[in-house]
Design a protein around this ligand. Structure first.
Ligand code: UP5
Ligand code: MG
Length: 190
């Protein structure tokens, strides 16, 4: 029963912890549909939608876009995807995001991955990325790190208490990190 029992993974971790990079590898190996909340929001900005200006300002400040906006985008992608295995990357970032997703989508994640990376490594990666992201400057990076600690760590703790959290040491090569991820999905036989 496709729509009844989707397999949902939340992919969490600080800015630059390697969520997007590892999601590509997970998709290659296990065939999930990858939904990056940040990419969906950036697409809204690029398409000049009604919320675009608000989203751009929020991202520039490293703050969190209102839950209803993000959840609506995720919901639309889930419904049109034809998949029932989802990697939701960079969401939920706040307890409010989490509750909103559970209320609107009506399901909880099966697995929550936490890419645990030291701050100095994350800062180094983001400053080296060079893809023109409006939030990859030291001033905004500092704000993103503060928001992660204050608002996103509580979500990670919540899933830890629920027994759903898998913490990955997100340092080393991309392949070394993926070898920590692989057995999690192998065990779930997804
Ligand atoms: N890299 C990756 N792995 C490496 C490794 N093992 N060794 C060395 N380098 C490595 O990686 C970052 C960089 O590091 C890349 O250059 C990569 O090659 C290299 P990446 O995989 O992109 O890391 P990721 O964790 O995805 O970093 P990202 O910057 O995307 O994380 P954020 O969580 O900050 O960004 P996101 O796009 O999710 O959100 C952006 C903003 O959107 C948020 O700050 C917020 O304002 C807003 N937002 C919301 O409001 N609500 C949401 O729900 C989501 C986003
Ligand atoms: Mg990303």
């Amino acid at each position: 029963p496709k729509e009844k029992n989707p397999f949902i993974t939340f992919v969490l971790g600080g800015p630059g912890s390697g969520k997007g990079t590892q999601c590509i590898k997970i998709v290659e190996t296990f065939g999930f549909k990858h939904l990056s909340a940040g990419d969906l929001l950036r697409r809204e900005i690029a398409s000049n939608s009604a919320d675009g200006a608000m989203i751009l300002n929020t991202i520039k400040e490293g703050k969190i876009v209102p839950s209803q906006v993000t959840v609506k985008l995720i919901q639309k992608e889930m419904e049109s995807s034809g998949s029932n295995k989802f990697l939701i990357d960079g969401f939920p970032r706040t307890e409010e995001n989490r509750v909103s997703f559970e209320r609107i989508i009506g399901v909880e994640p099966n697995v929550v991955l936490f890419f645990d990376c030291p701050e100095e490594e994350m800062v180094k990666r983001l400053l080296n990325r060079n893809q023109g992201r409006v939030d990859d400057n030291l001033e905004t990076i500092k704000k993103r790190l503060k928001v992660f600690e204050a608002l996103s760590l509580p979500v990670i703790n919540y899933y830890s208490h629920r027994g759903k959290l898998y913490t990955i040491k997100a340092v080393g090569t991309e392949d070394e990190i993926f070898e920590q991820v692989r057995p999690i999905f192998t065990a779930f036989e997804v």
